[in-house]
Design a protein around this ligand. Structure first.
Ligand SMILES: Cc1cc2nc3c(=O)[nH]c(=O)nc-3n(C[C@H](O)[C@H](O)[C@H](O)COP(=O)(O)OP(=O)(O)OC[C@H]3O[C@@H](n4cnc5c(N)ncnc54)[C@H](O)[C@@H]3O)c2cc1C
Length: 467
């Protein structure tokens, strides 16, 4: 792939054509906005595209794809910009940026919502919750709905309503050939299968249509805290407790140093803690009954699990994952929290150095696991837990040490790993992408890639190579 900035390699006529027809904004190196617009969420990744095509509509997306094809320039696609390894930017090439495309249309009677690719999770919830409806999505509101959905989408409502892709009805896709197509269960059904977990490999999704499901708007939700040294006991109790909880309950266990938030008493700030964060997607009173055994275990130092608007709960983790900090991730799924897994988790949690590192262990199962693994490109529905070992620092200072901690921790879990969620991969190479999909599904995805993108034009993603 050529770089747009290398003299003589760019088709200037193509660039002029693009600029002439473009409705959005084209930002180039040197423009006043360039620095702000090129930034992506993970501050440890610093890339310098030659051109950022900020699309205003589908016609712009088509034009940008055709420009990429015509010039052969390296092309990245960005919606929310939250790719852990920064796959939504590139050096020297073009970024097709969908973040300005934010239209949302809720149909409360049909219980559906249509959302353009630039919509963030919080914006989707803000639009649907006034009707007491929701799409199951992720746990940080500024995450892009597009990238999250294309990888599967795990979050607070998954055990009740499944993955985000399990509520997807249809998509509009601009293909590698620059054509706009629709995909749903009946039309281009192979493509529809592929975009439900296979990431951005098959085209640019410009619009998503989801089914909506009832939720709240008030739910029982929030974290319960114990001192981190109690982690082995808390996790053993937790493991037994969750075998018998209804699908309405989804929990996430987080180990970290307690952050200095107003909801947390000052004497706890900085203290190493284990928290079990709950979200009950059903009647509050029922949730109180279900959560009681966990909150009565041992001696919690703080209990913030209470009835609250789902929208408040959805933004709970936002302050822990702001734009611009330095992040490194290693992730894996495990079948269960065996004694061995618990001991590894508890030991490594005590070795966290950065006050900003917070690593979640998602409880899986419920509705996700009841759908057959072949139904969508997403793989690994039977996993018991998703462990996301997230090392965080504010700047480069201390980042290498925290990253090494994440890698060592992950390596200790290798004997217990059952797979990995594609959206939680760094840039880890083809073998890990194959692992994320399993060997058989990976071959099926390759065949689909050959059909929809034989030249691997869309390659800045968890790439399924067509060859
Ligand atoms: C703070 C944070 C919290 C997260 N929490 C969760 C969570 O709770 N649950 C969960 O499942 N995941 C979670 N994730 C992971 C998240 O799903 C992925 O990072 C996802 O890729 C983000 O989507 P995006 O649109 O912001 O990403 P981008 O960086 O814009 O894109 C990510 C990838 O998708 C491709 N892509 C983006 N938009 C399109 C499009 N419209 N069409 C085709 N390809 C496209 C890009 O080319 C790139 O390869 C989280 C990530 C972060 C940073």
């Amino acid at each position: 792939m050529s770089q747009l900035t290398e003299a003589g390699k760019v088709d200037l006529a193509a660039l002029a054509d693009l600029e002439r027809s473009f409705h959005g904004q084209i930002v180039r190196q040197g423009d006043a906005q360039y620095e702000a617009v090129r930034a992506i969420w993970n501050g440890s990744i610093d890339r310098f595209p030659a051109l950022i095509a900020r699309c205003a509509d589908v016609a712009d997306v088509v034009a940008a794809v055709r420009f990429g094809r015509r010039t052969g320039v390296l092309t990245a696609v960005r919606s929310g910009g939250h790719s852990f390894p920064g796959l939504s930017s590139c050096d020297g090439g073009i970024v097709i940026d969908l973040s300005l495309m934010k239209a949302i249309r809720v149909d409360p009677e049909a219980r559906t919502v249509r959302a353009q690719a630039g919509v963030l999770l919080g914006e989707l919830d803000q639009a649907t919750q006034p009707f007491g409806l929701a799409v199951p999505s992720g746990i940080v509101t500024h995450t892009g709905m597009a990238g999250l959905t294309l990888g599967g989408g795990i979050g607070w409502l998954m055990r009740k309503y499944g993955l985000t892709v399990d509520q997807l009805k249809s998509v509009n896709v601009v293909t590698a050939g620059g054509e706009l197509v629709t995909a749903d269960a009946d039309t281009n059904s192979d493509l529809f299968w592929g975009v439900r977990g296979g990431g951005g490999n098959f085209g640019i999704v410009t619009e998503f249509e989801f089914r909506l499901n009832p939720l709240g708007p008030v739910v029982l939700a929030g974290p319960i805290f114990w001192p981190m040294h109690a982690s082995p006991d808390v996790l053993r109790f937790y493991r037994d407790w969750i075998t018998d909880v209804p699908d309405e309950l989804t929990t996430i266990v987080v180990h970290r140093h307690a952050p200095p938030l107003t909801a947390i008493p000052a004497d706890l700030h900085g203290a190493p803690v284990i928290t079990v964060v709950c979200c009950y997607a059903g009647p509050v009173e029922e949730g109180e009954r279900v959560v009681r055994p966990m909150r009565e275990f041992g001696t919690p130092v703080l209990d913030l699990c209470a009835p609250k608007p789902f929208l408040d709960h959805q933004s709970m983790f936002d302050p822990s994952f702001p734009h611009g900090w330095w992040y490194y991730f290693r992730s894996c799924d495990v079948a269960e929290l065996t004694d061995e897994v618990i001991d590894i988790v508890a030991k490594n949690a005590l070795q966290i150095r950065s006050p900003l590192t917070a690593f979640p262990i998602f409880q899986r199962g419920g509705a996700i696991a009841r759908i057959g693994d072949e139904a969508t490109a997403f793989h690994g529905r039977a996993a018991g837990h998703t462990v996301n070992i997230n090392a965080t620092t504010a700047t480069a200072a201390g980042f290498d040490e925290e990253r090494d901690w994440s890698r060592n921790f992950w390596s200790e879990l290798v004997p217990y790993q059952t797979g990995v969620y594609a959206n939680f991969l760094m840039d880890e190479g083809e073998d890990r992408v194959r692992q994320a999909f399993g060997a058989a599904k990976y071959e099926k995805l390759k065949a689909l890639k050959r059909r929809y993108d034989p030249d691997n034009f869309f390659r800045l993603n968890q790439n399924i190579r067509p060859d």
